[in-house]
Design a protein around this ligand. Structure first.
Ligand code: NDP
Ligand code: PYC
Length: 340
């Protein structure tokens, strides 16, 4: 098999493949549905590091007992504007799906609401979550710690997770404005894809175990990743640790990797999602003020800069029409691991 050989799959094929694989590894039907949909969204929008590549990651988490494959999320309401979903040790996607309507309802009632997902295993991209809330007319912010893989600016030893922050803003008559990025230089999944492809990584992505700069993906994975934006990304990574860790009674990235105990599973812990109803401050004038945001977006695009999300939307249009190209080797590796 050639290293760059791909298979053309429709999104329905991707969904069927993801569902069959997740069922085979032992996830309950509700988790199969929720997890498969985020992988389809990753493939559809050209986000390979969080597409079906994550079947390998999910299978490892099940096989090593890191995740509870049939966990049933339990919802509680500590205050009118606070939703808590205890994921029972299951994957985060189902906990989010169960809590989302309650978060939206609380945001509409109170103007702002927050949802804590606790006791979940998290390997997913966050943009599907904030995009769904923004499509419902809400402004949304989400973040989660991961495993301690990332050194603070000025250091070379892992402390932080790759700690993504995602933001969604509703746009009248258009797709929401959404960004979603790790506070590390790149998501770890991106470095893992470089390793699989035998490609070097840029020298500013991480440190080798001895603290030196390196372009070897394996060395960064064994050493420490770097935060984006120097001390600024480092402070944002710390913020994510705090507000989606201790603030909601859940694990930091260092505690997550300690709990994993070398099993190589996905991060264990919590996620914080905040939703704001524009009508809370603005009442009937919300539409008028949201329309003013369009001038901001136009002033970005008019000078040739692009909006975050525009690459995803373009990839989505192509993959809905033509399907997606998936590396043949990836399918072979997933089959090898999950059909054992
Ligand atoms: P990127 O560095 O690729 O940044 C992604 C964001 O930046 C996207 O919103 C993207 O829009 C936007 N963007 C990229 N280039 C430009 C540009 N030139 N102009 C304007 N906007 C731009 O992503 P990361 O590697 O940091 O993260 C990838 C994913 O990994 C995220 O979805 C994140 O949630 C996920 N992740 C999940 C973790 C977890 O614990 N669950 C941990 C870490 C990461 P567009 O998509 O349109 O390109
Ligand atoms: O790519 O950094 C990552 C990641 C961690 C957990 C899920 N994705």
């Amino acid at each position: 098999m050639r290293a760059n050989e791909t298979i053309l799959m429709s999104l329905d094929d991707v969904r069927d493949y993801a569902r069959a694989t997740l069922t085979r590894v032992g996830l309950s039907p509700a988790h199969v549905e929720a997890v498969a949909e985020t992988m389809v969204a990753g493939e559809r929008d050209g986000c390979a590091s969080h597409g079906i590549y994550r079947l390998l990651v999910a299978a490892q988490s099940v096989a090593k007992g890191v995740v509870v494959p049939d966990a049933v999320p339990v919802l509680s309401r500590p205050a009118p504007a606070l939703i808590r979903v205890d994921g029972g040790g299951g994957f985060a996607q189902l906990a989010f799906d169960r809590g989302r309507p309650h978060l939206a309802e609380a945001a509409r009632t109170c103007g702002i609401a927050a949802m804590a997902l606790n006791n979940v295993v998290h390997f997913a991209a966050l943009w599907p979550e904030v995009e769904a809330l923004a499509e419902d007319g809400l402004v949304a912010l989400a973040c989660t710690p991961s495993h301690a893989w990332v050194a603070p600016a000025g250091g070379t030893k892992p402390v932080f997770g790759t700690n993504p922050i995602a933001f969604g803003w509703p746009r009248p008559g258009g797709m929401p404005f959404v960004f979603d990025f790790a506070t590390s230089m790149v998501a770890r999944g991106e470095i893992e894809l470089h390793r699989r492809a035998g490609k070097p990584v840029p020298p500013d992505w991480g440190h080798a175990p001895d603290g030196s700069a390196t372009t070897v993906a394996e060395e960064v994975l064994a050493g420490a990743m770097r935060t984006f934006g120097g001390h600024k990304g480092s402070a944002l990574a710390a913020m994510v640790e705090l507000i989606a860790g201790p603030l909601i009674g859940d694990l930091t990235s260092a505690e997550s990797i300690a709990k994993d105990a070398g099993r190589g599973g996905s991060p264990i812990g919590g996620e914080l999602i905040i939703a704001i109803d524009p009508a809370g401050f603005l009442g009937a004038a919300a539409a008028e003020h949201l329309a003013r945001a369009e001038a901001l977006f136009a002033s970005i695009e008019e000078q040739g800069a692009r909006l975050p999300g525009s690459r995803r939307h373009a990839a989505r249009a192509v993959s809905l029409a033509e399907g997606v190209h998936v590396p043949r080797q990836l399918i072979a590796d997933i089959d090898a691991v999950t059909k054992e």
